[in-house]
Design a protein around this ligand. Structure first.
Ligand SMILES: [Zn+2]
Length: 381
């Protein structure tokens, strides 16, 4: 029998409002705290949780950033002459993403989504490496680096596996009494919430499924460890669709040339702008200010959200949509989804959750604090 194990289970998009609305392990995990999400999407939330640092430090905010000199997609400029009908199909884009990933040796999550091929040469892609393994966020230290440094025997899920496979992999290491620390990663809740929203009738059954799996895991833990701490954490919540706005059409109606006058990356809930021809800056910003249900981020907000990049890596200006309003079409998709995240961290549906078997002396305020708390638990033997 081993002494103690600390388990941190990550459920993607299990936001504070969702936690409040449904039944989920109230007896096992009675100590609960909301935490402000990191401004952005999962592609910045996960690096924030795995390092405890802001995006200005770990450098991950959106998937794409303006970098024409070093773009790995330079050859794509010739593809604009090929028929759109094939290139716009999701299956084709997905298969093509797999090829790019292989050719470039990327070990991270890579998907080109709906980014127009001829625009790819203006961008570089941030998530080239697997974030969860040692050196995954180098030069910033991540969770795995910290565990290795402290010589703590650990298990971190492989995000390429299914939820069930990851739960079983952890259970096996518990049975073998191999580890003192675990980070269990599950992502299906996010996909479900995008499709059925936080009000979907499918949410309670999915939470019940997680609850059953957790209770089975705890049973094994109790047989193999004298003591344990268990926490369920998330990165953000999910906001139900209220409106769609075609921001791209509005900006392009001004007649400036993409790549020569300006560059824009249209995420589902925000646009990142870079200006090449200074003359178009004022026109584009004027237009952006007239777009309904949106606002340009102030410098104060950029500082507050840890995204005040000195080199404007993720845009000189960012237009953020109001909670519930999606940009359609965007570079992430041609259609809206019933639910989306990536709105203001101040909105109630954005808040992440922390649930635990025990109270915390210093509860988390922001998801980056999860890393600090996880680090403290590495030393609890
Ligand atoms: Zn998502």
């Amino acid at each position: 029998m081993k002494k103690k194990v600390s388990i941190f289970m990550f459920i993607d998009a299990f936001g504070w409002e969702i936690q409040k609305k449904y039944n989920f392990l109230e007896d096992l995990l009675p100590h609960r705290y909301p935490a402000q999400m990191q401004f952005g999407y999962s592609c910045t939330a996960i690096p924030t949780i795995l390092t405890g640092k802001k995006p200005t430090e770990h450098k991950h905010l959106s998937f794409y950033y303006y970098n024409p000199e070093e773009s790995p997609f330079k050859a794509f400029k010739y593809l604009k002459f090929l028929p759109k009908s094939i290139f716009d199909r999701w299956r084709f884009r997905h298969q093509f993403s797999k090829i790019i990933k292989k050719v470039n040796g990327y070990t991270g999550y890579f998907e080109i989504y709906s980014m127009p091929f001829e625009r790819l040469p203006y961008f570089d892609y941030i998530e080239k490496k697997d974030l969860f393994v040692p050196d995954g966020l180098a030069p910033t230290k991540n969770l795995a680096d910290t565990l290795e440094e402290k010589h703590v025997p650990y298990h971190i899920s492989n995000w390429r596996l299914t939820e069930e496979e990851n739960i079983n992999a952890l259970k096996q290491e518990i049975i073998e009494e191999k580890i003192d620390f675990a980070f269990l990663y599950t992502a299906n809740m996010d996909g479900l919430l995008h499709q059925v929203t936080k009000d979907g009738k499918e949410i309670q059954p999915k939470l019940d499924w997680y609850a059953t799996k957790i209770r089975e895991l705890v049973k094994e833990v109790e047989q193999h460890y004298e003591d344990y701490s268990l926490f369920v954490i998330s990165d953000h919540g999910m906001t139900t669709l209220t409106h769609e706005v075609d921001v791209k059409k509005e900006i392009e109606s001004l007649g400036f040339t993409f790549g020569r006058d300006y560059v824009a990356n249209y995420d589902s809930t925000m646009v990142h702008f870079w200006f090449i021809n200074e003359k178009c800056r004022e026109h584009i910003l004027n237009k952006a200010q007239q777009i309904p249900h949106s606002h340009l981020l102030s410098q104060a907000d950029k500082v507050r959200f840890g995204i005040d990049f000195e080199d404007n890596m993720y845009g000189e200006e960012i237009l953020l949509m109001d909670p519930g309003v999606q940009i359609v079409p965007s570079d992430m998709g041609t259609n809206s989804l019933p639910g989306m995240h990536g709105f203001s961290p101040d909105h109630e549906d954005s808040f992440a959750s922390w649930l635990g078997t025990e109270p915390l002396a210093n509860p988390p305020k922001w998801v980056g604090d999860f890393f600090t708390i996880m680090t403290e638990y590495m030393d609890k033997k």
